[in-house]
Write a protein that binds this ligand. Structure first.
Ligand code: NAD
Length: 335
């Protein structure tokens, strides 16, 4: 069998620390990957004069599987989000963001196990928008939903539910107000739901969904929704299990997949050895599952679980007092 090559983008801010931690853990777990390092974000801007160099795009395309740290998109005109560009360029239409409770975190609830499936290429993130008045006092943006895009993401969510033995899919929308866009999404979601009678299908308006997630999160299993709502709801879900340091995300398309943390480059703690690497380690677990290496994925998950439950060298966001490297060492020792 040919060796799987993985493109690695270490990213900005806390990215290099947490990505290096994940690679050490993959190696210790006996994953025989070859890693091709590529630049993107601020590092690439400094080295190559652009945020997303062609050689990085070529590596993502040729290896098909990428592990990526968070990227800082410079604020200001002329810079489109690198993450949005990557998702569009490689048609990574499904953003799968699972949250799972680990005992020992400071989370408000126990036994949370929710997967948010977010449409990743349409909606308010279409990139279609402009300032429309000469004095800059009026701006507009376009949200675009297509039947094809809605059907693809809702079907993806149901297929995931079937594959993972999940019981329920909740379609989240705002069709009462956004009648054209969210209305189309909901219409298609209802049609797709008909094809999966074995799965309980529910629907919920996004504002109510926020409240329900905070008050009674155990009613949720798989959530499927449009781009902007999915972005916001998945951060809310991360908050239910102890914060952004606990939240991974997979961007999946027909040909390529990019695995990353949900959070950003965390400039407030960058370079301080304070970041919790769990997010990107859990992303690498999603990558192993995608590659059909569920046994190794489970070994790493069990090691993290043990470290967090026992509070052995955990990071500050988990209530501990240790840094990224100590936490990583504690996981490595259990593998
Ligand atoms: P952020 O997600 O970087 O940070 C939000 C808060 O969470 C901060 O207080 C941070 O310290 C904390 N945090 C995040 N990850 C953590 C971890 N692993 N361990 C402990 N604490 C953690 O959000 P932000 O500050 O709004 O954004 C910073 C930059 O990241 C921006 O340039 C933004 O564009 C970019 N960003 C990138 C991605 C991505 O690459 N996928 C996602 C979101 C934001």
């Amino acid at each position: 069998m040919t060796q799987q090559r993985i493109t690695v983008i270490r990213g900005d801010g806390i990215g290099p620390d947490i990505v290096d931690a994940a690679i050490q853990i993959l190696e210790k777990a006996g994953c025989d990957f070859a890693y091709d390092y590529a630049d993107a974000g601020l590092v690439a801007l400094e080295k190559h004069g652009e945020l997303l160099p062609q050689q990085t795009l070529d590596l993502i395309a040729s290896n098909k599987v990428t592990l990526k740290g968070p990227l800082t998109t410079p604020v200001g005109e002329g810079f489109t989000s690198i993450n949005v560009s990557l998702r569009k360029k490689f048609q990574l239409y499904a953003n799968v963001r699972p949250v799972l409770s680990f005992k020992g975190t400071k989370a408000r609830y126990e036994n949370i196990d929710i997967i948010t499936v977010r449409e990743n290429t349409e909606g308010m993130y279409s990139g279609l928008g402009q300032v429309v008045s000469a004095d800059g006092s009026e701006a507009e943006a376009m949200s675009k939903i297509t039947r094809e895009g809605a059907e693809r993401i809702v079907t993806f969510a149901y297929e995931l539910a079937v594959r993972e033995g999940r019981k329920k899919v909740t379609a989240v929308h705002k069709a009462n107000i956004l009648k054209s866009t969210s209305g189309l999404f909901l219409k298609v979601a209802r049609e797709v739901a008909q094809r999966y009678p074995q799965i309980e299908s529910t629907e919920m308006i996004v504002d109510n969904c926020c409240m329900q997630l905070v008050m009674n999160p155990h009613q949720f299993d798989v959530i499927v929704t449009t781009n902007l709502f999915g972005d916001i709801l998945s951060d809310l879900c991360a908050g239910l299990v102890g914060g952004l340091g606990m939240a991974p995300g997979a961007n999946i398309g027909k040909d390529c997949a990019i695995f990353e943390a949900v959070h950003g480059s965390a400039p407030d703690i960058a370079g301080k050895n304070l970041a919790n690497p769990t997010s990107v380690i859990l992303a690498s677990i999603q990558m192993l599952e995608y590659l059909g290496m569920a046994d190794k994925a489970e070994r790493i998950r069990a090691a993290i679980k043990e470290v967090i439950e026992s509070g052995d060298r955990t990071t500050r966001d988990l209530g501990g007092s240790h840094g990224t490297t100590d936490f990583t060492q504690a996981v490595l020792e259990r593998l």
